[in-house]
Design a protein around this ligand. Sequence first.
Ligand SMILES: Oc1ccc(F)cc1Nc1nc(-c2ccncc2)cs1
Length: 346
Amino acid sequence: LSSVGDCSLAVKGLRNSVSQGDRCYVGDLCKEMARDGVEEEGEEECASDVNEGLLLNEQLQPVDYEYREGRDYSTQPLKNGSYGDVYLVKDANTGFVCAAKKIPLSRFRSDEVTLWNRLHNLPTVIQLFGAVRERNLVILFMDLKSESVGQLLMRRGRLPEDLALHYVFQVLGALDHLHKKQVLHLDIKADNVLLSEDGMNSFLCDFGHSEKLDSSGMSLNDQPVIKGTVTHMSPEVARGHHRGTKADVWSSSCMLLHMLSGCHPWTRSYSGPLCLKIANEPPPLKEIPPDCSHRTADVMRAGLQKDPGKRPSAVGLQKEVERALKEVGGLRSSVNGRYQEPLKKL
Ligand SMILES: Oc1ccc(F)cc1Nc1nc(-c2ccncc2)cs1
């Protein structure tokens, strides 16, 4: 197919059904790719040399309607593989460098790309540059950032209070945008928040668990439900109840606790499977570091309300974070400060 509408180019193999005239439909294509994934489970050989998808950034240049690793772009593991299947990508024609995540087709959910694509002009969400299927893999191309908050936490043990509040402030702002666009993230955690070079700006990534909300706030999900990270899972999600915007608010409070203590929530108080503890035990408020300001503790008490009805919205909690940030004197810590030992088991 030749260049299509607002997509710089549709890679060959695109079914005609997804590209009518001058519009290309990321969603339909991705549904097709995901459907193939489900059918192909275990039928490895029949993937032949399928190569189809959409490139949304003209710096990624297909050759003869194909975009193949090795020929049209090269990859190398990012941060020597510490992110798993995320790679540094260099386009062979333009020399453009970006990042890419490789996902097995059988695990690919079209919602990941369609919902991410809905957020394409949000400055607090990492930009999607394209989605291309090659054999049994889906490769998601995206903007390259320096590291994740998860990486930063590995380097620093635990973060200064003002820096942790600064990041959760930005994450809650991004969540407010997502929720206004009827999108749930459902895997908010330090690993899925990326940082700019100077560490001052953060970007949400990984929409692999995202779901769309319907008008009544119920999550509309026709894709296989995969749960997010257990330690950051809200009680209602742990119970299998309906997932709404408040699930992301709970997880962002878990991320704040993780940044302040250096440990995932619940793991300092309990060992073994956490799902039941999250559903039945009181929120892990005793894990709040004693050296935290009262306002910061207030943020966690509000965000870790077990009843989603009593939990504030993203923008509501963001206002409490703003008060806590003011109480500690605003952001003054540097990203590259000394290592601080994570807190011990309770
Ligand atoms: O699983 C994902 C699905 C979609 C994404 F957009 C990102 C990820 N995961 C990660 N991406 C990175 C990263 C990206 C860009 N630059 C530096 C690091 C580190 S972990």
